[in-house]
Design a protein around this ligand. Structure first.
Ligand SMILES: [Zn+2]
Length: 104
């Protein structure tokens, strides 16, 4: 999993990864019982009870945990799913990136 620590790098990832805000698909659900992802904070969190703020296709989520780590996760597999952790960054870095994008 890539650890993103640079504002420009997270902006690039959000664009090239074709991420969308969760509100783009209100039906999106991380209801995968028994499936955990490895978070940037070092712990593993269950998908089913994790909050996510962004989604992508085919099945991708950006989860955010209590420790303010954001982790991009791809769920792969039709019958037996597994998680592929793509990248992680802190929520602070994301907010800085959002600010920069909004400023143009
Ligand atoms: Zn975490």
């Amino acid at each position: 999993m890539k650890e993103i620590t640079d504002v420009d790098e997270i902006i690039k990832e959000l664009v090239t990864g074709r991420w969308f805000p969760r509100s783009a698909n209100p039906a999106a659900s991380s209801n995968y019982p028994g499936l955990n992802y490895k978070c940037g904070c070092g712990a593993a969190h269950p998908l089913i009870s994790s909050d996510f703020i962004m989604i992508g296709t085919p099945v991708k989520f950006v989860f955010i945990c209590e420790k303010n780590y954001m982790t991009g996760v791809r769920v792969k597999g039709m019958f037996r799913q597994k998680c592929i952790e793509l990248w992680t960054c802190t929520h602070d870095l994301y907010l800085k990136a959002a600010e920069k994008v909004n400023e143009g």
